[in-house]
Design a protein around this ligand. Structure first.
Ligand code: TMP
Length: 218
């Protein structure tokens, strides 16, 4: 059975992940690869409805454990209905956030024990671990500035549940993502989110095309 490739993008707020998910997916599609571009929380019908609850902050009052459980429930449906079937067909999945976001946001950010997050990962993700995780690293003050500017354009300025957390929270997140990458260098590659998006896309493409022996872009 052919198994496709599973690539995730991770990082703090305003890191530019969504742009890079789009650019990488387009580069792969230009080579004739079948690509499913998706995101978390969300990516499937049921998970998108859970996304709304989480990002509107309606679960916040139950605490980070409840949030970690709900992110995991959404992930379980996303994996079952979108990610695993796509990989089974031999196609590519490019996902904006995945399990490392739970470790960073609910673990480091929400002070949940690493062992608890790992137990959720083992139960929900199992062996569907990403082949490659691209971490876009950015100082939180820059990322939050970008996220706020984007919010102003789309919603008139309302920050979501996690964007509205204080700078200490976002600094912990950044460190947590860097720790995850340091401990798992085979899977995770860190990129500087301060370089212009086109240059960043070029660097990411160099990595992906070399790692999977794809024809370099002309
Ligand atoms: P985004 O679409 O801007 O990435 O928003 C998703 C938000 O949800 C972001 O603030 C990070 C947060 N999040 C978690 O807290 N835990 C998770 O497991 C995931 C996937 C996202």
């Amino acid at each position: 059975m052919t198994i496709g490739k599973f690539i995730t993008f991770e990082g703090g707020e305003g890191a530019g992940k969504s742009t890079q998910v789009r650019l990488l997916s387009s580069s792969l599609q230009r080579l004739g690869k079948k690509v499913v571009m998706t995101r978390e929380p969300g990516g499937s019908l049921k998970a998108e409805s859970i996304r709304k609850l989480l990002l509107e902050g309606r679960v916040a009052k139950f605490g980070p454990f409840a949030e970690a459980l709900l992110f995991s429930i959404a992930r379980d449906d996303h994996l079952e209905s979108v990610i695993r079937p796509t990989l089974k067909k031999g196609n590519w999945v490019i996902c904006d956030r995945f399990m490392d976001s739970t470790m960073a946001y609910q673990g480091a950010g929400g002070n949940l024990p690493v062992s608890l997050i790992r137990a959720l990962e083992r139960t929900v993700v199992g062996d569907t671990i990403p082949d490659l995780t691209i971490l876009i690293d950015l100082p939180p003050e820059i990322g939050l500035g970008r996220a706020q500017a984007r919010q102003k354009q789309t919603t008139g300025g309302d920050a979501d549940r996690f964007e509205s957390m204080d700078m200490k929270f976002h600094t912990r997140l950044r460190q947590a993502f860097l720790d995850i990458a340091r401990k798992d260098p085979e899977r995770c590659v860190v990129f500087d989110g301060q370089v212009p998006p086109d240059e960043l896309a070029k660097r990411i493409w160099e990595l992906v095309s070399q790692r999977y022996a794809l024809i370099p872009q002309g």
